[in-house]
Write a protein that binds this ligand. Structure first.
Ligand SMILES: *Cc1c(COP(=O)(O)O)cnc(C)c1O
Length: 387
């Protein structure tokens, strides 16, 4: 009897987040590694979920592609913020977090040997998702120190086997938000080479002054080839609820639905009621949320700079990328990340584990600032003691 993991998944048997969060607990460190907020989302949203449970709404399997009211709310949200018109009956699917939307889209749209082009450093589940689909990852470095997309390198990476361009902006881990000009160049390539775009927009509401998020589906010629993905966890600070969605043209969403229903079938009925409410909250919610995170970003950025780290301008997401600063005598970012909890009681994530190419992430750390100001200040105080 063979009892081993299929070899192609062996490289993904452990994750850096598991390792670093384990180290955080072991050493009593402040965990600026994993990206989850340390305060919950709006009380009014949580009350809707609690009322739904108490009143028996959503306690049994909701409809397979998502609660109709939530699908309608997702379509309204895409229209309200981006002017995108979607039919909630056919063009939207509710998923178990953005994660399931991404993996379902990859499984549904990639066949064995198809190539998926991603920018590196990438979000960790992309790598495993591409392997699960038996597709091939082709990664294109975002070039340090600014981590902007390199369109010539992207063009060079596309072959006759390329099927999907998997994009993420606002970008985890770097905090870069792609500009309209950058997106237009990427879109032109996708159109010219007839590619499907999977646009992971989990941080669509987390962009900061001067760096607005533009969904690539809003550029001409793109709505018909783009699967756009959102995350209630990220947009409403309920990462444990695991509600996400994909939207796009009927044929692509039909494909995503076909696969997704065989993964988790459905998820979180009462939470779906609550997220339908959340998506319809007034603009003030989204603005206040953004401003709050921007303040936390500024605390961490100013503090780390004062300690001698060089920072990449965090234009969006929960994350700030820096160099190794006062820890530059370590061989690489992974060595820093493994020692920092013991030395300073703070956890950060090394970017190199999300890269194929040498020279992209070995000298970079990702720090999460989606934590209360006092927690960020305590972490900075601990780092100051490194001297
Ligand atoms: C957190 C995150 C996701 C996953 O979102 P969930 O809704 O928690 O599944 C997807 N993409 C990126 C870039 C993320 O940071």
């Amino acid at each position: 009897m063979k009892r081993t993991l299929v070899p192609r998944m062996e490289p993904y048997a452990t994750s850096i987040f598991g390792e670093m969060s384990g180290l955080a607990i072991e050493t009593g460190s402040i965990n600026l590694g994993q990206g989850f907020p340390d305060t919950d989302g709006p009380e009014e949203v949580s009350l809707v979920a609690r009322a739904a449970i108490a009143e028996g709404r959503g306690n049994q399997y909701p409809p397979v592609h998502g609660l109709p009211d939530l699908r309608a709310a997702i379509a309204e949200h895409q229209e309200r913020f981006y002017g995108l018109t979607l039919d909630p009956a056919t063009d939207v699917v509710v998923t178990t977090g953005a994660s399931e939307a991404i993996q379902s889209a990859l499984l549904a749209l990639c066949d064995t040997g198809d190539e998926v082009v991603v920018f590196e450093p990438w979000f960790d589940i992309y790598a495993a998702g591409i392997v699960l689909a038996q597709a091939t990852r082709v990664s294109v470095p975002l070039r340090p120190p600014a981590f902007r997309p390199d369109i010539d390198a992207l063009r060079a990476a596309i072959t006759d086997r390329t099927r999907v361009l998997l994009l993420n902006s606002p970008h985890n881990p770097t905090g870069v938000v792609f500009t309209t000009e950058e997106l237009r160049e990427i879109a032109d390539l996708a159109i010219e080479r007839d590619l499907i775009v999977i646009a992971d927009e989990a941080y669509e509401h987390l962009w900061y002054d001067g760096h607005p998020h533009v969904p690539i589906a809003t550029l001409s010629g793109m709505a018909e080839r783009t699967v756009t993905i959102g995350s209630a966890g990220k947009s409403f600070s309920f990462t444990g609820w695991k509600v996400g969605w994909a939207s796009g043209p009927t044929d692509l969403i039909r494909a995503v639905r076909a696969v997704r229903q065989h993964l988790s079938y459905v998820s979180g009925g009462p939470f779906q009621h609550a997220i339908a409410h959340a998506l319809r909250m007034p603009d003030a919610y989204f603005e206040d949320f953004r401003h709050g995170l921007q303040e936390q970003r500024d605390i961490l950025t100013t503090g780390l700079r004062a300690l001698g780290f060089s920072t990449v301008d965090s234009q969006g997401t929960y994350f700030l990328t820096t160099d190794l600063g006062p820890l530059s005598d370590y061989p690489d970012a992974l060595a820093v990340a493994r020692d920092l909890p013991h030395r300073a009681g703070v956890v950060a994530i090394p970017l190199q584990v999300f890269c194929d190419h040498a020279g992209v992430g070995e000298r970079s750390l990702r720090w999460a600032y989606c934590k209360r100001p006092e927690v960020l200040r305590e972490a900075l105080g601990r780092l100051a003691a490194l001297g």
